[in-house]
Ligand binder design. Sequence first.
Ligand code: C2E
Ligand code: MG
Ligand code: MG
Length: 673
Amino acid sequence: MAGIKQHTGELTVRQVASGLFSLDNNDPDLARAQFQSFSKQMPLLYLILVCNASAVMAAFFKPTMVVETLVIPVIICVIALFRAAWWWRQYDAQMFSDAEIAKQIRRTCMLAVIMTLAFEFWCMGIYSSGDAYARGNLTFFLGLTQVSTVFCLMTLRAAAMRVAATSTVCFIIFFSVADQGRMAAEAVVLGCVGVGMMIVTHRYNLDFSNLIRSQRDLRNRQAETEKLSDENRKIALTDALSGLPNRRQLLVNLDRIDARPVDALDGLAVLFIDLDGFKDINDTHGHQAGDSLICSLSVRIREICPPHSMLARVGGDEFVVLIDTPGAAAVAAAMAERISDEIALPVLVDKHVLQVGASIGIATNIGGACTSHELLRRADTAMYHAKTSRKGKIAVYDSALDRGRIRRMEIEAEIGTGLANNEFDVFYQPVVDAQSGQIVATEALIRWPRRPAGVLVPQQFIEIAEATGQIHPLGMFVLERSCRDVLALDNISLSVNVSPAQFRDPGFLRQVAHVLEQTRFPPQRLQLEITEGYLLSQPEAAIRTIKSFKAMGLSIALDDFGTGFTSIHYLRTYGFSHVKIDKSLLAGLSPGSKASFLVAGAINLARGLDMEVTAEGVETHEQATLLRAAGCDKLQGFLFGRPMPFVNLRAMCSAIAHEPRPQPGPPLGRAAG
Ligand code: C2E
Ligand code: MG
Ligand code: MG
């Protein structure tokens, strides 16, 4: 073991010793730094050599020794000047590749030794031809050349060490024998100086290479930090799910646009896109399915976006397209149509066909009248209008929309306080048997009689409540109140309107069951009325929910039949037990009229599918007679009673119960409320 250790130690010392003279080829950064440093000194080094050679030449020149005292030093000087000029032009390290730098370093190491030896051998060759004064000068210039060469090459360790070592050895040998040993003291001194310079060179190089390495580490760390901060910046400005720019990035871009001169803001358009029914997808199929849907739709929308536009995802189901090009207004309108069509196409996620819609708001900056931030707000307002007004899925901003939005927001806030302050009520409209005229059912209709700012009809606040989600507590209020009220009226069925948003809510079934349990209202007497819009957007889910309600004993009616696009196929598959013919179909209903054929057709269709038919909005005896003749089962309308408070309905029911039973014939014209 000891032998091995000793051997290893010896090797290491030898390696270190040879390492002092060898080139460090493994570190291109160090080589470049060395090159950068010594290349600046090289012209100086060669000029010192020229000066020294000239001084020696002047001291030793003899016409009898032209070659030794003139030709050789002139050759040395010419070569030195030539090299000095070359280095003068080439000192910028950035111009060289790593390989070229390595080549120059190798060449410098070799030339430094050759030039030093050439100078020293020349000096030593003519030494004996000079007098004592000239010899003293020569010794001085020899020492000076060695010291200046080593110091100029200090950062190139291999060259400095080689020069120092070779010239020290030469000096020691030469001065030991020169002048019969009388110059031995110079030999010792020059030897010591040489060794001293080698030690200084070694130490200096250690510090130099450490400095370069730590600079490199610092640079690397800085680059890493920059890379990390770049990545962080990217993450902060990108939506993680879709990979699209996020709201922050959009705002940054808007800031940039607003920094432009005002006339350069002309030709901007913003599209604000909000998905319809996305929450239902999340609720029904889970968030993963929702995420996949967002990704697919992001790709689809991005493909439609023209050059000079930016698509950002600014919220869960909200996207913004910023178009920044002349003629943006026209581009925006065409794009909105395409985006709406693309979004409406089904998406296959985990074997489920998912489908959503989109409400889109457009704001354009014709004339460059407003900032891009304001444009975003306007597009948002237009989108809100598209979403809540049901007038169309794409809306273009108009200043009137701002007023509309403020009013809607006020109503939104009022619904919240209205619920808390018991401002809402439920009214009941009787539904009579078409043949007997007896009240057999009643429809619960919400009212807002105690609203401090004045009464609003349901259509004015129901759509806002649907858009904001407030329809859930409102709907449950109506269901619970009406179940408690109507329970007291024996054998009278209850119809409650259900909004699509409620019907889509996975918790709705459980909530209805809970109300029935709490109020002890028999499920067989409860009917839920839903409209066609929902059925078309979510057919599978609708069929499932209808089945579940039917299994609980409830019946489901299709409300406002005749206003939508429900096909016979849909009617059959959904499994409704009732349809309610919309009052708009009754307009102009007279014997032989088109309306009467239409209504008769609708009634026949429903009855053919084993559904009970109720006609709503019956206002005249003539309508009632025609509907009865056409086979309608139940009638509802002002002719039989307007929506009324529960006490009135109860009074009406008990009054009828005490009257003699009417014969089948023209119905009772019992308008109330
Ligand atoms: P709907 O479910 O089709 O209700 C029938 C509407 O027609 C009621 O309007 C009723 O007052 C009106 N009506 C009944 N007979 C006649 C008639 O002979 N002539 C005329 N011109 N109108 C008649 P109302 O109460 O204003 O409700 C409007 C709509 O608001 C309802 O239409 C329903 O879609 C919705 N709604 C009402 N209450 C609720 C509720 O509690 N929840 C939900 N989700 N929607 C409700
Ligand atoms: Mg209804
Ligand atoms: Mg209706």
